[in-house]
Write a protein that binds this ligand. Structure first.
Ligand code: ADP
Length: 161
């Protein structure tokens, strides 16, 4: 049997401990998890693609079965290129569900063999997303319980007056 690979796509602007938790769980189910960062200009990211790549790579440097990459095409096309049929996503509150349901169905329509697998967040990261982290950072709040060290430093630098 070939290697079981999953792609975990997202904006990761920036990567948080919630994302790390999903990936960690993912590595228990798959031989390899590819953290795939999308350009996502619609969201007007705070961090450039280069910065997001550096921060994600730093966060997963101790995980030999995690690869960090970027893509700017349709997700299903990227998945085909990587010869991967599984898309991994995290789920938190109910509002995630509606959006994720839509994405999963559209991706299945675009590429019938693609399967989306959801991993439920830990209770302690239920509230956590990149937007909240950026808001706290912009107001000078503490960040160590939300993001890895390198991300904390990068956020401080961005918001330094
Ligand atoms: P996107 O813009 O594609 O939603 P994000 O970087 O915001 O990208 O999120 C990537 C994935 O990680 C999504 O599936 C999202 O639901 C999931 N995710 C984000 N934060 C958490 C968290 N705290 N717990 C579980 N899943 C999360």
């Amino acid at each position: 049997m070939g290697k079981r690979i999953a792609i975990y796509p997202g904006t990761f602007d920036p990567i948080t401990l919630g994302h790390l938790d999903v990936v960690e769980r993912g590595t228990k189910l798959f031989d390899k998890v590819i953290v795939a960062i999308t350009t996502n200009q619609k969201k007007k990211p705070l961090f450039s693609m280069k910065e997001r790549l550096v921060l994600a790579k730093e966060a997963f440097k101790k995980y030999p079965r995690v690869e960090v990459d970027s893509f700017n095409t349709l997700l299903v096309d990227y998945a085909k290129k990587k010869r991967c049929k599984v898309i991994l996503r995290g789920l938190r509150e109910l509002s995630d569900f509606e959006r994720e349901f839509q994405h999963a169905i559209v991706n299945r329509k675009l590429a019938g063999s693609t399967e989306t697998v959801f991993i439920m967040t830990s209770a302690k990261y239920f509230y956590l997303n990149s937007s909240v982290v950026k808001e706290v950072a912009s107001l000078g709040g503490k960040l160590d319980c939300f993001v890895p060290k390198a991300v904390e430093a990068a956020l401080r630098k961005k918001f330094r007056k």
